[in-house]
Design a protein around this ligand. Structure first.
Ligand SMILES: [Mg+2]
Length: 201
């Protein structure tokens, strides 16, 4: 059986920085002309920063391209995905980024040597994940995590301030990881795929 794995980009494959001053917050401060602090641990910027939809819309329009280009990959993500590819995994990268960033995203993946089989842009990821029979997805967005697990897809939650209200211990379909070494171990456990020479695991 082909081992299919789904991966989100922003906040999972990208290194957005610490909870306190991540790349989006820095650019938002820069855009507004003053240092803004997060008011709530929410995923949506309007809610998190207490700003209007209009301001956030303008910020996202102005700054996304620069952030998507400049952001660095999460530590170890490249090495882990390269190892998975070598072991025959089929890698689906599924992002909610607008389709107009497709080329930029492809270039970013190439620049950082991150191999994959498919790159899709979906606001609602579930139908594609079901259609492709992807049993395991790595995600940080609370809404997506809950939707997928409610539909019997196992999710590795990439730990972020905005998804810590999810109680993964209450579900057999949810796991939480703080870094890509932990993600790798959870993937191998899920697929019962134990590489040789793994005594240190
Ligand atoms: Mg994300």
């Amino acid at each position: 059986m082909k081992k299919k794995l789904g991966i989100d980009i922003d906040g999972v494959l990208t290194h957005e920085g610490g909870d306190k001053n991540n790349i989006w917050q820095k650019h938002l401060s820069n855009f507004l002309g003053y240092d803004i602090q997060r008011k709530k641990d929410a995923f949506d910027f309007t809610e998190a920063y207490g700003l209007s939809d209009d301001i956030i819309k303008k910020f996202v329009e102005h700054k996304s391209k620069e952030i998507y280009t400049k952001v660095k990959p999460a530590p170890d993500s490249r090495q882990v995905i390269q190892a998975l590819k070598k072991r025959g995994y089929c890698i689906y990268i599924i992002t909610a980024r607008d389709l107009k960033y497709h080329k930029l995203t492809k270039n970013w993946l190439k620049k950082h040597d991150i191999p994959y089989d498919n790159l899709h842009h979906r606001k609602n990821k579930l139908p594609l994940i079901q259609k492709e029979n992807i049993p395991l997805f790595i995600e940080d967005n609370k809404k997506n995590i809950l939707q997928l697990s409610q539909n019997n897809i196992t999710v590795i939650i990439k730990d972020r301030y905005h998804n810590r209200m999810i109680k993964e211990e209450n579900s057999s379909l949810l796991y939480r990881a703080d870094n890509w070494q932990q993600i790798k171990e959870l993937i191998y456990d899920f697929f019962n795929d134990y590489p040789e020479n793994c005594c240190s695991r």
